[in-house]
Design a protein around this ligand. Structure first.
Ligand code: RIB
Length: 318
């Protein structure tokens, strides 16, 4: 089975349940506080492993974050490429969650996540090559080097431009195998104004991304609406989200990404394009269900379901 190397952030999430998002100058009492395991990178490694993929994680934590590494190891993720830097604190967040729709607002301190250097990345990829995949988000340093070095080694590259910044559109996205973005990130890549999109408008965005990056599989998630997928050679497809009562949406995108990578890896094993397309769409329905389950639970990494649970939930919808 091909392997996935995920180069990504590991965070300690301090999560506060609040009546509304904090406003400038305001002091607000939270109802409840919890400390969760998170980071877009770590969450996605957990999702990859729970989706059944052979996963290794590369990243850096501080002394305060060694429990994040232990957690990943218990999940069956390879952690020999997770280093500890004693001179900086681990990446951490201050997350407000409001009752309305379980929406969140995140303040992020990168800490050790921006200590990744090209030398660190090169050595993390030593053992990987053709047939393996690199997954990378935009929450660490050395993202460009990670993508370029993996491409040089003949690896498939899957990029999740989250959180979005002005450097993301400058990356060689026309050479990667898959791009997984939410609508804000997709708009950012195209330099468009932020606004909520209908599925039809999102189809246009995906079609435009397809013109820019014709060889790349493009997935654009639309929150509670669903996801648009464009596989090269096919018209864009819309996959509807499964309706649930959300408790905490933190990590839903990461859950989707991990399960979507499983769908992509399964599709890339097929020799016929039609078969690959069908496998991809079926796998994306699974990924949508996994994300739906995750939002019904608090926290990020801990809220990610296992393959078996997703499979059972899918059977219940049949
Ligand atoms: O995507 C959710 C994650 O974003 C949280 O776990 C938090 O750590 C931030 O990185």
């Amino acid at each position: 089975m091909p392997r996935v190397l995920n180069i990504g952030s590991l965070n300690i999430d301090y999560v506060y349940q609040v009546p509304h998002f904090l406003r400038g100058g305001e002091t607000l009492a939270a109802y409840r506080r919890a400390i969760h395991i998170g980071g877009k990178g770590l969450n996605q490694s957990v999702a990859l492993a729970r989706a059944g993929l052979r996963t290794s994680h590369a990243g850096i934590v501080g002394q305060d974050g060694t429990f994040l590494k232990v957690f990943l190891e218990h999940e069956g993720v390879g952690v020999s490429r997770v280093a500890v830097d004693p001179n900086e604190s681990s990446g951490h967040t201050f997350i407000q969650v409001v009752p309305e729709g379980g929406e969140n607002a995140i303040l992020y301190y990168p800490g050790t996540n921006v200590r990744l250097t090209p030398e660190f990345v090169k050595s993390a990829m030593d053992d990987f090559g053709k047939g393996d995949a690199l997954l990378v988000q935009n929450e660490t340093s050395a993202v460009r080097y990670s993508i370029e070095h993996a491409l040089e080694k003949g690896m498939r590259v899957i990029f999740n431009p989250s959180p979005f910044d002005s450097q993301a559109p400058l990356l060689p996205l026309n050479r990667i195998s898959a791009l997984i973005a939410n609508e804000t990130e997709a708009e950012g890549l195209l330099g468009l104004e932020k606004k909520e999109k209908t599925p039809e408008e999102a189809m246009d965005i995906v079609a435009e991304l397809g013109r820019r990056y014709p060889e790349t599989v493009i997935l654009v998630t639309l929150g509670s609406q669903g996801v648009v997928c464009r596989m090269p050679g096919f018209e864009p497809d819309f996959i509807k989200a499964y309706p649930v009562h959300p408790a905490d949406t933190t990590g839903a995108g990461d859950t989707f990404t991990g399960f979507a990578v499983r769908a992509l890896m399964d599709a890339w094993e097929k020799t016929s394009a039609d078969e690959a397309h069908a496998v991809l769409l079926e796998g994306l329905r699974f990924a949508a269900m996994a994300a739906a389950i995750s939002v019904t639970r608090p926290g990020a990494a801990e809220s990610i379901p296992f393959w078996k649970e997703v499979d059972e939930a899918m059977r219940d919808t049949d």
